[in-house]
Ligand binder design. Structure first.
Ligand SMILES: Nc1ncnc2c1ncn2[C@@H]1O[C@H](COP(=O)(O)OP(=O)(O)OP(=O)(O)O)[C@@H](O)[C@H]1O
Ligand SMILES: [Mg+2]
Length: 284
């Protein structure tokens, strides 16, 4: 990373957020994503995730959050989407355009929106599937370790399709862990869960990050829950980042409070129409 880049990404918040001097584990730089060769969905999106951090990516329906994660994990290809501009750098190497399986081998696992577990396999079979790329002899040990985070899954010997929503979410996270990733991309883990279960799932996210040192990029519509575990957050609208800051700064931001933390909740309002909205030129 050049000196100029380092200066450009200094958000001035300090505290080890994406403004810190060490090269980030993941850097998404000014990407454009197009589906079916014509539908432009991401329009110059940039973000970064420092090693060891939990970073939140927030935004309303259709903002492009899942598209961002799929661009990183390579899964865009399976939906006839592609990165047409910009670059994605993971651990010092370009990964945009790389096949999803190679990206998993490099150390990125995605927990898909809607969980996508395999309903007609048992939870244990689902977990083992998460280790399919591994050729080492420690899969069984890891299985035991993962189950210590999700003790309830041990008791569920039937098919995964019969698990509750919260259990399925935990299984999906457990399966991602089985690949021994450095970075987990999580797509709306709170979706469809009761407030109590949301707390439980986010408690596990925090534990995984602290105990195992796994870096996490967390996509959420539930800004309150996400900012309770993340140290830094980005808010996106219509395919680009419109605001970013430390979790504390975002929680205290009046606009964020109004739009995302239980204010009017009117999604039609836009940061773009606010006086306080300041377009960031640093990536242009
Ligand atoms: N496979 C696809 N082909 C064409 N357009 C798509 C495809 N997937 C997503 N889109 C479009 O891209 C835009 C962003 O979608 P995306 O799923 O990334 O949003 P999101 O922020 O994850 O929304 P949500 O909160 O509803 O999950 C939407 O307008 C959507 O219609
Ligand atoms: Mg989505």
């Amino acid at each position: 990373m050049s000196r100029q880049d380092e200066a450009a990404i200094d958000t001035g918040h300090g505290g080890g957020g994406p403004g810190s001097a060490e090269a980030p584990l993941l850097a998404v730089r000014n990407i454009e994503v197009v589906y079916d060769e014509v539908i432009l969905v991401l329009r110059g999106l940039s973000l970064q995730v420092p090693r060891g951090a939990v970073v939140a990516l927030l935004g309303a329906n259709g903002a492009g959050k899942s598209t961002t994660l799929k661009a990183i994990s390579g899964l865009l290809k399976t939906e006839n989407g592609s990165v047409t501009r910009g670059e994605i750098v993971f651990d010092g190497a370009r990964i945009d355009g790389t096949d999803p399986e190679r990206i998993v081998r490099r150390g990125i696992s995605q927990v898909m929106e809607g969980r996508k577990i395999i309903a007609d396999m048992t939870p244990l079979e689902n977990l083992r599937l998460g280790a399919y790329i591994r050729r080492d002899g420690e899969v069984q040990d890891d299985l035991e370790r993962v189950l210590t985070y999700f003790p309830r899954l041990k008791e569920r010997t039937g098919l995964a399709g019969y698990l509750s929503g919260g259990e399925q979410q935990m299984l999906a996270i457990g399966r991602a862990l089985m690949a021994r990733p450095e970075l987990i991309l999580m797509d709306e883990p709170s979706m469809g869960l009761s407030p109590l279960l949301v707390q439980e799932v986010f408690g596990i996210v925090r534990q995984i990050n602290r105990d195992l040192g796994v870096t996490i990029l967390l996509v959420e519509q539930n800004a309150r829950a996400a900012l309770s575990v993340a140290s830094f957050g980005y808010i996106m609208e219509q395919g680009k980042v419109v605001l970013d800051g430390t979790a504390d700064a975002l929680r205290d931001n009046e606009d964020v409070k109004e739009f995302y933390l239980g204010g009017s909740g009117d999604q039609r309002k836009s940061f773009k129409n606010l006086k306080s909205f300041r377009r960031r030129k640093r990536w242009l």
